[in-house]
Write a protein that binds this ligand. Structure first.
Ligand code: ADP
Length: 397
């Protein structure tokens, strides 16, 4: 009952091996520099080890490398690859077709190929991971778990842009939302921890990592989320701008003579917190440290970052007609008391009251005061476990 979870990126392959009898992680790690010289494998099994090699590896070789280590006498955690019951793949974009996790049959893989253009940066490497697995472990069933799937319950008024509707009909141009696996995990955790059924709660979940999004989850279903057609919409992120006037890219192309590739790079890689502090860092740890030392630009970046989140919390409370739980998760959400405090400040009218002492924590905690009407929580996300659970559920049917 071992499930291998894979997250294939363009130059990396992340993995975790779960024992589903108790949902424990037997081994995990990442192969980096796929397609480049000197790739390496950071592996944590019984202990931490870094493996290096000179020759470039593709996704297939990277997976073979991981599997060799998983069964090796020195560092392995399983005796044979036959112990792997199934492989769960993270797939970023499921389009409109995939509204839940699915067994990756040839038919499904073909449909994913058709979806490629919806997420040109993410889906092609995800597919490479799928093809690699198919070759290396041909008899092991595979399951695809989509970042977009959880948001497939959004109503039309939330997912349609006010563009000519033919663009939606012909090209599926609409809002999809991402981070669905993380939002799904933390809302389940939240309900469990406060001992209330998920289908009785109005929850806003803020996933604040390098990429960041907020989701409105009403009675267990996502009814709105801040990322849209791509992961660029919504919050201020590490290097992404989030919401801007859509005329700005046009202005950049017309007035600054920028190519669409330059605009794409600027909005995705040079904006966000990174852009606001003149490219000094996109890591919130640096921004916080500088802000504490009185760096005005860092303070302003934090204020802009938190203000955008606060606006979404208010908007989503309105969308759901109330708010019972507010969740912070991912790198920044789990670790940054200051961001959480800045977001919650001024939301007392919604019933949000943070306890400064409780908020001064990392990881899993209830950080609202006892008399707060809204329960505010910091929850460690675990997308890999969610993928392992879905995979297990589907293959054992
Ligand atoms: P990803 O979106 O890449 O999965 P993570 O969820 O791991 O990202 O979040 C990464 C970000 O979390 C880092 O860029 C950093 O800004 C932030 N982060 C991590 N640890 C801390 C910390 N202790 N305090 C503030 N921010 C942190």
């Amino acid at each position: 009952m071992k499930i291998l979870v894979l997250n294939a990126g363009s130059s990396s392959l992340k993995f975790q091996l779960f024992d589903m009898t108790d949902e424990s992680v037997m081994a995990k790690g990442i192969v980096e520099r796929i397609g480049l010289d000197n790739p390496f494998l950071n592996y944590t099994g019984r202990e931490k080890v870094k493996f290096e090699r000179k020759d470039p590896v593709d996704h297939k070789k990277a997976l073979q490398w991981v599997l060799e280590v998983l069964v090796s006498a020195d560092h392995g955690v399983i005796k044979s690859l036959d112990e792997i019951m199934a492989v769960g793949h993270r797939v970023v974009h499921g389009g409109e077709k995939f509204t839940g996790s699915v067994l990756l049959t040839d038919e499904v893989i073909a449909a994913l190929e058709e979806n490629k253009q919806l997420a040109p940066l993410h889906n092609p490497p995800n597919l490479m991971g799928i093809y690699a697995t198919k070759e290396v472990l041909p008899h092991v069933p595979m399951v695809g778990v989509f970042d977009t799937a959880f948001h497939s319950t959004m109503p039309e008024e939330a997912y349609l842009y006010a563009l000519p509707v033919e663009l939606y009909e012909k090209f599926h141009l609409r809002r999809y939302g991402f981070h669905g696996t993380s939002h799904r995990y933390v809302v389940q955790e939240a309900a469990h921890r406060i001992g209330k059924p998920l289908d009785s709660l109005k929850i806003v979940s803020a996933h604040l990592g390098n990429g960041a999004s907020v989701a409105a989850v009403k009675y267990g279903k996502s009814v709105d989320t801040s990322m849209g057609f791509t992961p660029l919409e919504g919050l201020v992120m590490g290097t992404r701008c989030g919401d801007i006037d859509p005329a700005i890219p046009i202005w950049m192309m017309r007035e600054l003579k920028m190519s669409y590739q330059d605009v794409d790079t600027l909005l995705n890689k040079k904006s966000g917190v990174y852009g606001l502090v003149r490219g000094r860092s996109y890591d919130m740890r640096d921004i916080e440290e500088w802000a504490e030392a009185g760096d005005q630009e860092a303070i302003r970046a934090l204020r802009i970052y938190a203000y955008r989140i606060k606006k979404y919390v208010g908007a989503y409370a309105a969308a759901m007609g109330g708010l019972d739980v507010l969740i912070f998760t991912a790198g920044v959400g789990e670790n940054s008391p200051i961001v959480r405090e800045m977001v919650c400040e001024g939301l007392e009218f919604l019933g949000v009251k943070i306890d400064k002492e409780k908020n001064n924590s990392r990881g899993d905690a209830i950080i609202s005061s006892d008399d707060s009407r809204v329960v505010v929580m910091s929850i460690r996300t675990n997308e890999e476990l969610m993928i392992a659970r879905d995979t297990y559920e589907i293959v054992r049917r």
